[in-house]
Design a protein around this ligand. Structure first.
Ligand SMILES: [Zn+2]
Length: 713
């Protein structure tokens, strides 16, 4: 696919500054954007790559209260952490800005003012929950209650995190203020609403048909079907007018001159996405650019990279806001990703079931490129995808070490061995097995065209947001190179057919040079290491892809004869079993420490399992023989059990519910064939089954007595 626009504004979702980033975030909105943008720059496009921290809203004030801190301290902490995380992961934003900056406050207010003056808002009085004890209106996040859709007792006023429904506080059953725990009362307040219902017709045409005002609007790559599907189901449900302001403490003030603005803040929808605009303004000011040419010139293409939880906002609500303003471009594509699961479970911040990017890269600074590779290979582009440590090991060992690094190593070692490290001269008529060369064109021209096709496949896939396919096309270059070596066996041929060896090594060096470009968007660090081995300058992104492909299309070589290569170095290291086991153990250990009771959490919304899965469980009765606390883990107990006459050790997260001395002699039920795992240095051989009562207390599941007739064996 040819990308015809010359100018791009590419954004990644603004991370919310109240917690660190995990691998699901990275592969959802940041890594794909980075790969795409690096390719755009190499294609000589004029591109601004924009992101920043989202630093307002009630969750930050709640967090500050909880941590006995201030909102400013919380956002400063996470803003710095995000910057560090992105830098370590090699995400090449042109600017990483923040919504607490004065420029952002000004920009968001100006935006709101324009819509207000144009009469785009409807002013409405409504009743909202008010906490008399705290003396304030309650933000949606300050209200908890029971979800009307799935009965989750811990749903928030804006969303149920269990079933994913977006809610309004008035829909919650038994609402309570999370500040004082009291029942809030309804009180009148005035807000400004955007009448989304009036935009339904054009929004539908825009999302489903790619048309805006009757003109084709989407970029040439089709929108992902799951993106369109989610928008359609929202549109089918009917859009409602939505308040663009809130009674909040922490955020951007509604412009003062507007009557009734006192105490009101812009809602996140009029705040966070305007952060894309203010960040662009800051970047333009710092670099002598005109920000309007990226946002308002129809020749510029706007693309949002986000995770699937942000689809409706970026495909319907933000476009509605932009169009209401009238001077802004609307996104031409929103290539949202789905979710990444971790070891077959949903990534969960609250259960600490996650791989935190900064933590992993701090401990393993040599893994940046490998992590980018594995996350791209398993990117949840069309549906949810899985990340496992076993998979990480096999992707790295098979693809990066076995195929890619192995090819580099062989070519460079052989060139040093047979050609003093210099790219060899050779006779054009020398036949090489396994290539496309024939009599009509000299072989190297044909081979350079073949490399051109391979590079084109990488570019084409990335242009269509198909990063997994692009990655595979990149690896295919190394696979093809290895085949050329395998077919011609220069290590054997060098005595009888030195001409073949020269020709093969020259060709393989050209493959390496091309690969350094193809690797760059995915693994910039590894590409730089390869360039160093090849004694080539680091890649300057702007236009470099175009120059390379132009040369290949003319049958020109990328590295001239006589060029002296450096000595080989390891591009990637093999990952051994013990390293992988350490990662797995850490994941389990940290998650157990965070919420040991999670084993007993009710599992209402998990999918059904077939009977065969259930039959695999070995559930046995057992008697507790002894119990002791576990050092440095206030929620864990180490239990010694008698299971049908055999002693076993189990570590259980029940220390907050039972004292060790209460336990000996108790009859319990255990899952006996759960894979043993080390928890705080103690091997746990099974899991005690617990049930949680309404008051949150954990109880042992008791083996029934004979008369009840229920047998658990
Ligand atoms: Zn729910």
């Amino acid at each position: 696919m040819i990308l015809s626009p010359q100018r791009y504004l590419v954004t990644s979702a603004l991370p919310y500054a109240n917690g660190p980033l995990h691998i699901g975030h990275l592969t959802g909105a940041y890594l794909p954007a980075d790969i795409f943008v690096r390719m755009l720059r190499m294609l000589d496009k004029d591109v601004a790559f924009i992101c920043g921290s989202d630093e307002h809203g009630a969750a930050i004030t709640i967090r500050a209260l909880k941590d006995n801190s201030t909102p400013q301290a919380i956002i400063d902490k996470y803003h710095a952490l995000f910057e560090e995380t992105f830098q370590k992961a090699g995400i090449s934003f042109d600017i990483y800005h923040r919504t607490s900056s004065p420029l952002h406050h000004e920009t968001a207010q100006e935006f709101f003012r324009s819509l207000y003056i144009k009469g785009q808002f409807v002013e409405e009085e409504s009743e909202q929950y008010y906490d008399h004890e705290a003396g304030k209106f309650l933000a949606d996040r300050y209200i908890k209650g029971t979800c009307p859709k799935c009965s989750n007792p811990d749903a928030y006023g804006d969303q149920c995190e269990r079933c994913g429904s977006s809610l309004s506080p008035l829909e919650l059953i038994n609402p309570l203020s999370t500040i004082t725990g009291t029942k809030p009362e309804l009180k009148k307040t005035t807000h400004w609403y955007l009448p989304l219902d009036k935009y339904e017709t054009w929004l539908r045409d825009y999302v489903e048909n790619g048309k805006l005002d009757g003109v084709d609007h989407h970029d040439p790559a089709e929108w992902k079907s799951h993106v369109i599907g989610q928008c359609k189901s929202w549109l089918d449900g009917g859009l409602q007018p939505r308040a663009m302001t809130r009674d909040l403490d922490w955020g951007v003030d509604v412009p003062q001159e507007i009557k009734g603005s006192a105490g009101k803040k812009l809602y996140v929808w009029m705040d966070a996405p305007i952060g894309y605009v203010s960040a662009t303004k800051q970047w333009a000011a710092d670099n002598g650019k005109d920000w309007k040419s990226y946002w308002q010139d129809p020749e510029s293409s706007l693309i949002h990279f986000i995770g699937k939880d942000n689809i409706v906002f970026h495909c319907l609500i933000f476009p509605a806001i932009l169009k209401a303003h009238g001077q802004y471009n609307l996104p031409v594509n929103v290539p949202a990703n789905q979710f990444l699961n971790l070891e077959e479970q949903k990534i969960s911040t609250s259960r600490n079931w996650a791989i935190w990017v900064h933590e992993f890269l701090n401990e393993n600074p040599d893994q940046t490129d490998a992590l980018r590779y594995v996350l791209t290979k398993n990117m949840p582009e069309q549906k949810d995808a899985e990340f496992t440590w076993k998979g990480y090991q096999s992707d790295v060992n098979a693809d990066l070490v076995g195929t890619l690094a192995n090819f580099v190593q062989r070519v460079v070692v052989l060139t040093h061995k047979f050609c003093d490290g210099k790219v060899p001269e050779f006779d054009e008529d020398t036949p090489i097995v396994g290539t496309r060369g024939d009599d009509e064109a000299s072989w190297h021209e044909v081979e350079m065209m073949d490399l051109f096709d391979r590079m084109w496949a990488v570019q084409d896939a990335i242009s269509q947001y198909d990063f997994r396919a692009g990655l595979k096309a990149m690896l295919d270059i190394a696979t093809a190179g290895n085949q050329i070596l395998q077919f011609n066996e220069p290590w054997k041929a060098h005595k009888e057919e030195p001409e073949t060896v020269m020709a093969v090594l020259n060709l393989c060096v050209q493959y390496l040079a091309a690969m350094s470009f193809a690797m760059h968007p995915f693994m910039p660090g590894a590409s730089a290491r390869l360039r160093k081995i090849l004694a080539l300058d680091p890649i300057v992104e702007q236009g470099s892809w175009v120059t390379t492909l132009d040369a290949l299309s003319l049958g020109e070589k990328l590295i001239p004869e006589g060029h002296l290569l450096n000595q080989p170095e390891h591009l990637f290291s093999r990952l051994e079993d013990d390293w992988i086991q350490k990662q797995v153990a850490k994941l389990h250990e940290m998650s157990v420490t965070a919420t040991p009771a999670s084993d007993a959490t009710p599992t209402v919304d998990k999918p059904n399992i077939p009977y065969d899965d259930f039959a695999k469980l070995d559930i046995s009765t057992a008697t507790i023989l002894a119990a002791e606390s576990v050092p440095k883990a206030d929620k864990l107990l180490k239990l010694t059990l008698d299971v049908n006459g055999v002693q076993r050790t189990v570590v259980s997260g029940i220390a907050l519910h039972y004292k060790p001395e209460e336990l000996p002699g108790k009859h319990v039920v255990i899952l006996a064939n759960l894979e043993p795992r080390k928890i705080r240095g103690v091997e746990s051989q099974g899991m005690i089954l617990m049930a949680e009562s309404g008051d949150g207390k954990l109880h042992f599941v008791q083996a029934a007595s004979e008369e009840s007739g229920l047998a658990i064996s």
